[in-house]
Design a protein around this ligand. Structure first.
Ligand code: ZN
Length: 405
């Protein structure tokens, strides 16, 4: 067979197939065609020399905000995809029923990276920074279910943010409604937790196996550990029953202290996701490779963090056969990385520092069988220029109280 693209000489880490070693990866059109110890250069139209680099499935980011220009948190996905290795982005709740069509036409369709969405139970989605659930009339189960059903090609579930400055006086009523919508759709529910009230004990009874609890290593009052750092029994029960525990680092939702308590108790996160948005993209999150490096600093192996950013989120999305794997027949989404060694300062959202010995850096991102162009100057700097429009929105003086998101 003649291939379109051959990635030669790299160290493949593909947790879905158990491969961890030197392999060549061949692509034909938009699919992985072969992964073998040696595939000759003459068998492909283009060859990429990956010697000295890691080759992984394109990363799958289970918690992102990419509905830029129409919702408060959104960033443009493709420029970040091109220098972070993320080839599949699940936008979680930026769109509600009223603005889902704009997301499909203006974000999902034109993007090079793959974009999927969870539909916010609030019909206005994340048009504004907060309080999307404060007017309970916007938590309209019928319209949420109807719009999701009309767009099941990219809507994979329902999102609700339960937090003191999202729900207003409505307590857990929006969560109850989100539960009903997800059940009617027979799709997963993702629940955000942050600063209560409501309390975490009011939220956990609503999550079921296959649902996603995001911000699971938060340091805020809805955290899953008690004040002595012990995992709450109710949280352990939910976790062991099959609720998917997802990081969602963001600007307010990742604490080294919580993470260290969890890992000491043998609790690795199921999924490592970024919660990348316009208040986290320039730090302390930066991007997925930086986020994965933080978990390596906490003691997880490279294979562990790649698993939590490929296989695990792909399965949570119900797309495990197509993305997050280099199995022949899967989509040709591939990421190349170097692993720098040294001493690297890494920060959680409280600006607590840990020093890591490794820093994962993306060198090339291939999505749909095509390499994505890097930034115009060719750099891979872990930041993006926010547009003047974006800066105007986030410089209005209310940024500090948004950092709990
Ligand atoms: Zn988020």
């Amino acid at each position: 067979m003649f291939f379109d693209l051959l990635i030669q000489g790299g160290h493949v880490i593909d947790p879905a197939t158990g491969r961890n070693g030197r392999f060549d990866v061949a692509i034909r059109r938009d699919r992985i065609a072969a992964v073998e110890p040696h595939i000759p250069a003459e068998s492909a139209a283009h060859v990429i020399n990956a010697a000295g680099q890691y080759v992984t499935p394109g990363l799958v980011d289970l918690h992102t905000h990419v509905y830029y220009g129409s919702t408060f948190w959104g960033i443009q996905p493709d420029p970040v995809a091109a220098r972070s290795g993320v080839t599949t982005w699940l936008d979680v709740g930026s769109a509600g029923a009223y603005n889902l069509i704009g997301m499909r036409d203006h974000i999902v369709r034109p993007s090079h990276a793959r974009i999927y969405a969870l539909l916010n139970i609030s019909s206005i989605g994340l048009t504004g920074p907060t309080y999307e659930l404060a007017n309970i009339a916007y938590s309209d189960v019928d319209v949420c279910v109807k719009l999701a059903n009309l767009n099941r090609d990219f809507v994979l579930g329902v999102k609700v943010r339960i937090d003191n400055n999202t729900v207003g006086a409505n307590g857990i009523e929006p969560l109850r409604r989100a539960r009903v919508a997800a059940d009617r759709l027979r799709l997963p529910l993702m629940v955000h937790v942050g600063i209560g009230p409501p309390a975490i004990s009011e939220v956990l009874p609503f999550v079921r196996p296959g649902d996603i609890l995001t911000h699971c290593f938060t340091g805020h009052s809805m955290k899953l550990i008690d004040d002595n750092g012990r995992l709450l029994e109710s949280a352990a029960r939910a976790w062991d029953s099959g609720v998917i525990m997802d990081i969602g680092h963001g600007a307010g939702s990742f604490s080294f202290l919580t993470a260290e308590a969890m890992l000491a108790a043998g609790r690795k996160p199921d999924v490592i996701s970024s919660d990348i948005h316009q208040l986290s993209v320039n730090g302390p999150l930066f991007d997925m490779p930086t986020c994965l490096s933080k978990f390596m600093a906490l003691g997880m192996s490279l294979e562990d963090v790649i698993y939590a950013a490929t296989v695990a989120p792909a399965q949570a999305m119900g797309l495990g056969d197509e993305i997050g794997t280099l199995l022949p027949g899967a989509f040709a989404d591939v990421a190349l990385f170097t692993l720098a060694e040294g001493r690297f300062s890494l920060y959680d959202v409280f600006m607590n520092e840990r020093v890591g010995k490794h820093l994962l850096r993306n060198t090339l991102t291939i999505a749909r069988g095509r390499a994505m162009p890097h930034t115009p100057d060719g750099s891979t700097a872990p930041w993006i220029e926010l547009s003047e429009n974006q800066r105007t929105l986030i410089d209005r003086g209310h940024t500090p109280d948004l950092l709990a998101r």
